[in-house]
Design a binder for this molecule. Structure first.
Ligand SMILES: [Fe+2]
Length: 196
């Protein structure tokens, strides 16, 4: 069963992110969907042909997480934005957990922005560790290095250069500002109930 690209065109017109930048980004995302399907299909064919001990199979297997996360992280990133943004509900377990972990929402935001300002390309994810009930602002290198096993991504921010250079050049902090204004803090009750 192939993955289908999701439509995020409702984001067009988001303040601080030009339509040109967003359209390029959607096209790039669609490439990850295509390649996730290609890699998955290729691995299945090779397995059926008894080629699982070949270097080609190994390399394709290693690549799968990169393509898959390239697809899924973009879906989470576009999915956690909305035109005009939606503020966090202070009655949610998520908000209370942020306060408990970071002392204040402002401290959390400052830390998240700082992680986003790190040199390099990748992602910043606010992760919730379901086993030990902790929150972490996490740096993900490229798409696949640094994920926290078993943790749930809560907020995902793309900090690859393609996410901002068309609009902001090297002014990454201005892009992060625009992202923060577009965050949709809506949290599903089923997910919020997992946060203690
Ligand atoms: Fe991206």
């Amino acid at each position: 069963m192939a993955y289908e690209p999701k439509n995020f065109e409702s984001l067009l017109g988001t303040k601080g992110l030009s339509d040109q930048l967003l359209k390029n980004h959607f096209t790039l995302y669609q490439g990850y969907v295509t390649n996730t399907n290609k890699v998955s299909d290729g691995l299945n064919v090779m397995a059926k042909e008894g080629k699982t001990t070949t270097p080609e199979y190994s390399e394709l297997k290693r690549r799968f997480g990169w393509e898959f996360n390239g697809m899924r992280l973009h879906e989470l990133y576009f999915g956690n934005m909305i035109k005009g943004g939606k503020p966090i509900d202070k009655n949610t377990n998520l908000y209370k957990r942020i306060i408990a972990e970071f002392g204040s929402y402002e401290n959390w935001e400052k830390d998240f922005r700082a992680v986003g300002s790190m040199r390099g390309i990748g992602w910043v994810i606010l992760y919730y560790d379901t086993m030990d009930k902790r929150l972490f602002n996490t740096w993900i290198n490229e798409h696949d290095v640094g994920h926290l096993s078993g943790a749930i991504p809560v907020i995902v921010m793309d900090v690859f250069e393609h996410a901002y250079m068309v609009d902001y050049g090297l002014k990454k902090a201005d892009y992060i500002e625009a992202f923060f204004k577009a965050i949709d803090w809506t949290i599903e009750p089923s997910m919020d109930s997992m946060i203690k």
